[in-house]
Write a protein that binds this ligand. Structure first.
Ligand SMILES: Cc1ncc(COP(=O)(O)O)c(C=O)c1O
Length: 441
């Protein structure tokens, strides 16, 4: 099928094709794949430490909240530089605990980025609070820190900063705004284990933080998460939500009394054992990931039509997700960016490049927000304590531009993959981008 390709691109690509007799046929058109089957190793690598620790938990007889849970909390807190950590069954649970730790009550407004995983924002409604979205900064893909202050109202209680794809938000600016307005800051560090800002690890920069240990995360335990804070009082509040509203952990002498509205967010011993085993290797894995990302950037720098991810001064990226944007303006596809992006990704995937679309919608465009559909009858938006918020999507142009033009990859950069996997991935990307003309017939 003929496409609506703009004249600029036809001219550019066909000129290049004419000048090169070696122009390879794309795999999607029947050519040979750039990345052979099996060249990219899956994540996470499992070795004897994982097997031993999980098996020991299995044989240990305390499979609910057991000794591995206690140990995992201590070890993770030590690794990250926090005074306290609570192991949870997901990152979302840890985020919800953050809302409670920050005293966000019914009708309170919580500021969050317009582009993230859904639960960075839905965790706010879980505590009957109201998300207020702020557009992203296109270059960093994170919340635009210069736009946060304008979103603050007398109802604002907290800011959730998402360190997206492994790049920390500029926390100096966020904390200055928070101090000025008396707000709490929850770090969604679910994607950013080991990322740093001004030499400090994420999860230590705000008032509390949440990590995820889901399958695809830098630290994988299948599922799971961790709430972190340095504040005793916040710890106690988060803990009250975590285990049925009781105020003691299962390792302490429980009185089986419910003191507050609580959920069941505890982790279990087998998962914690897996997490502990992976934690022993995390620094090594992160070093591989960072080296791979540097290599990939070097190899993609001169590929036409790409906008590569940045690592601004004072930031140490952990490269959880290496996200590229296609320069739709240069490619002549600003108007049909999403459709063209999908075509390019299909071609890359056919080459064996393990890349995809991470989030296909900006958060405010999702039905739950557009329909204000949380607890029925539009609660919490219509609660007597609430004030009106507007989720018109035109307020988030940078998030939309990013959303329509991105592709991201995780596994090719993860250990045990190394320079060879990176080179093949780069070749696959280059091959497609240098032969886009083949996508039009
Ligand atoms: C930015 C972000 N926040 C929150 C979450 C939720 O983590 P979990 O899946 O462990 O609940 C995720 C993970 O998917 C995430 O990527």
């Amino acid at each position: 099928m003929k496409s609506t390709l703009t004249p600029t691109v036809i001219k550019k690509t066909s000129a290049r094709t004419r000048s090169s007799r070696r122009s390879p046929r794309l795999a999607i058109k029947g050519g040979i794949k750039a990345v052979p089957e099996g060249a990219i190793k899956p994540w996470p690598p499992i070795d004897a430490i994982d097997r031993e620790m999980v098996l020991a938990s299995l044989n240990g007889g305390r499979h609910a909240f057991g000794p591995n849970c206690d140990a995992f909390q201590k070890e993770f807190a030590e690794w990250n530089g926090n005074r306290h950590a609570i192991t949870t069954n997901s990152g979302t649970a840890a985020l919800h605990m953050g809302l409670v730790a920050c005293d966000c009550g019914t009708g309170a407004e919580v500021i969050v980025t317009a582009y993230s995983w859904s639960s960075s924002a839905t965790c706010i409604m879980q505590h009957n609070c109201i998300p207020v979205f702020v557009d992203i900064d296109f270059d960093t893909m994170n919340i635009n820190v210069d736009k946060i202050e304008a979103a603050i109202t007398p109802k604002t209680k907290a800011i959730i900063v998402v360190h997206l794809h492994g790049l920390a938000v500029n926390m100096e600016k966020v904390m200055a705004v928070a101090r000025k307005h008396g707000l709490k800051v929850i770090e969604d560090a679910c994607q950013s284990h080991g990322a740093k800002f001004n030499g400090k690890k994420v999860g230590t920069l705000g008032h509390c933080g949440a990590f995820s240990f889901n399958q695809n995360k830098n630290l994988c335990s299948g599922e799971g998460g961790m709430f972190v804070t340095d504040d005793e009082e916040m710890l106690a509040k988060a803990q009250s939500l975590w285990s049925f509203g009781e105020n003691r952990t299962p390792s302490e002498k429980r009185d089986y009394h419910v003191y507050a509205m609580g959920w069941m967010y505890r982790n279990n011993d087998l998962t914690a054992a897996f997490g502990r085993a992976q934690l022993t290797k995390l620094d090594r894995y992160l070093a591989v990931q960072k080296a791979n990302a540097r290599l990939l950037t070097g190899q993609l720098r001169d590929v036409p039509g790409l906008i590569l991810p940045v690592e601004p001064k004072d930031h140490e990226h952990c490269w959880y997700n290496y996200t590229i944007r296609f320069d739709m303006k240069a490619l002549g596809h600003e108007r049909d960016a999403k459709a063209f992006r999908d075509k390019i990704i299909q071609a890359m995937q056919a080459e064996g490049v393990q890349t995809g679309v991470w989030q296909n919608f900006i958060l405010p465009a999702m039905t739950v927000f557009q329909a204000k559909n949380a607890y029925g009858k539009s609660c919490p938006w219509n609660c007597p304590h609430a004030q009106a918020v507007d989720y018109s999507v035109h307020q988030y142009p940078m998030a939309q531009k990013h959303c329509d033009a991105h592709t991201g990859m995780t596994t090719p950069l993860r250990a045990p993959n190394g320079p060879e996997a990176v080179a093949l991935t780069a070749q696959g990307i280059r091959k497609v981008m240098e032969n886009l003309d083949q996508l039009y017939y």
